[in-house]
Design a protein around this ligand. Structure first.
Ligand code: UT7
Length: 333
C-alpha cells in the first residue's frame, strides 16, 4: 500500500466586522499612522466586540463555512484541533465548544497552545492522525481574540494585534501531495521576552495582578524581532534544502504575519520575490494562530493543484517552524 498523505481540501476564515484603524489608535495612545505603517506594515485590524464573545465565535464561523464549502457532514469529522492562546476559558477546550456548536458529534477535540506557531503545530499533529490511518477527516483551526489580552495603553503592543482566524479540512490521499515535510522547534529561553505574567497556575488572577496590569501580552519587541527574523528565515531555508527546493520551485511563501519587515527578511533569505508572498498584514495585523489560515483563505482562488507552498511561523515560547506542502486542489474550482 502507498504511503497515506494528509492533504488540505478546503480553507475558510472569519474576521469580526469592527475595524480598528491606525487613525483610531492615534486617539488612544501616542502613535502615528506613519510609525505603525513604516515599522510594521499594518493599517487596520479587526476586533471582536460584545459581551461573552470568545475565540470560539471565530472558530465556529470559520468551521461552519469550511464544512459548507467542502460539502462535509459535521458527523464525518473525526478530530478537531484548535490552536489558540486566547481560549474562551482555561478549560474546557475551545475546540470542545466549537465541535458542539457545529454538530461534530462523532469527533474528539482539543486545544493546542504554541502561540503564533500554533497553526503549524496543529497542522502537523492533525496530519499524523491522517497519515497513521487513525482519522479520515480532521479540522485544524488557528484562531485568537488577541484584543482580550492586549493592553490598549501600551503603544508597543496594541498596534500589532488583531482578532481572527481560519480553519482547514485535512483528508487522506495516496497521491504524493498535501503535507510533505515539517520542521518544528521550541525554546523556553524565549519566555522572558514574550509572555502573559498572570492568569495561569503560577500567578492566578488577584487584585494585585489586575492592578499591576499583568493580564496582558508582555513583549520585548526588539528582542523578539531579532529572534523571529533569524529563526523563521533559518528554518524556511532548511526545509527548502532538505527537500531540494530552489526558490524557482516555490509557488508561495505563507509567512506568519507579525511584521512586514520580518516577512521581507524571511523571503529575502529564501530568494523569493514579493509576488510569491502571501500577505494580508495591512488589513488584519497579527492574529497570532490565525494568520496562516487567514492568508490561505484570502489567496485560495490563486492556488493551483501541485503548487509548492512553504508555511513559516515564529512566536511566543519561543516556538517556530516551517511546513512544505503541495497544494491539493485548484482554488477556483
Ligand atoms: O507574533 C509573534 C512574535 N512577535 C513579533 O514577531 C513582533 C516582533 N517585534 C516587532 O515587530 C517590533 O519590535 C515592534 C513593532 C513591536 C516594535 O518595533 P521596533 O522597531 O522594534 O521598535 P522598538 O521597540 O525598538 O522601539 C523604537 C522606538 C522607541 O522609542 P525610543 O525609545 O527610541 O524613543 C519606542 O518607544 O519606537 C517607540 N515606539 C513607538 N513609537 C510610536 C514603540 N511603539 C511605538 C508606537 N508609535 N506604536
Amino acid at each position: 500500500m502507498n504511503k497515506i498523505h494528509a492533504k488540505i481540501t478546503g480553507v475558510h476564515g472569519y474576521v469580526p466586522d469592527y475595524i480598528l484603524t491606525n487613525a483610531e489608535l492615534e486617539s488612544m495612545v501616542e502613535t502615528s499612522d506613519e510609525w505603525i505603517t513604516s515599522r510594521t506594515g499594518i493599517k487596520e485590524r479587526r476586533i471582536l466586540k460584545g459581551e461573552d464573545q470568545g475565540t470560539s465565535i471565530i472558530g465556529i464561523e470559520a468551521v461552519k463555512g469550511l464544512l459548507e464549502k467542502t460539502h462535509t457532514d459535521p458527523g464525518e469529522i473525526d478530530l478537531i484541533i484548535c490552536a489558540t492562546c486566547t481560549p474562551d476559558m482555561l478549560f474546557p477546550s475551545t475546540a470542545n465548544i466549537i465541535a458542539a456548536a457545529v454538530g461534530a458529534d462523532n469527533s474528539f477535540s482539543y486545544d493546542l497552545q504554541a502561540a503564533c506557531s500554533g497553526f503549524l503545530y496543529g497542522l502537523t499533529t492533525g496530519a499524523q492522525f491522517i497519515e497513521s490511518g487513525t482519522s479520515k477527516k480532521v479540522v485544524i483551526i488557528g484562531a485568537d481574540k488577541m484584543s482580550s489580552i492586549v493592553d490598549y495603553t501600551d503603544r508597543s503592543t496594541c498596534i500589532i494585534f488583531g482578532d481572527g482566524g481560519g480553519a482547514v479540512l485535512l483528508e487522506a490521499t495516496e497521491e504524493p501531495i498535501g503535507i510533505i515535510d515539517t520542521m518544528l522547534r521550541s525554546d523556553g529561553a524565549g519566555v522572558p521576552f514574550l509572555h502573559m505574567k498572570a492568569g495561569g497556575s503560577r500567578r492566578p488572577a488577584s487584585y494585585q495582578s489586575i492592578d499591576a496590569r499583568e493580564h496582558y501580552v508582555y513583549q520585548e519587541g526588539a528582542t523578539v524581532f531579532k529572534f523571529a527574523v533569524k529563526n523563521m528565515a533559518d528554518i524556511s531555508v532548511k526545509i527548502m534544502e532538505r527537500n531540494n527546493l530552489t526558490s524557482d520551485d516555490i509557488s508561495w511563501l505563507v509567512p506568519h504575519q507579525a511584521n512586514m519587515r520580518i516577512i521581507d527578511a524571511t523571503a529575502k533569505r529564501m530568494g523569493i520575490g514579493s509576488e510569491k508572498i502571501m500577505n494580508n498584514i495591512s488589513k488584519y495585523g497579527n492574529t497570532t494562530a490565525g494568520t496562516i489560515p487567514l492568508c490561505l483563505w484570502d489567496y485560495e482562488s490563486q492556488l493551483k493543484k501541485g503548487d509548492n507552498v512553504i508555511l513559516a511561523a515564529f512566536g511566543g515560547g519561543f516556538t517556530w517552524g516551517a511546513t512544505y506542502l503541495k497544494w491539493a486542489y485548484n482554488g477556483q474550482d
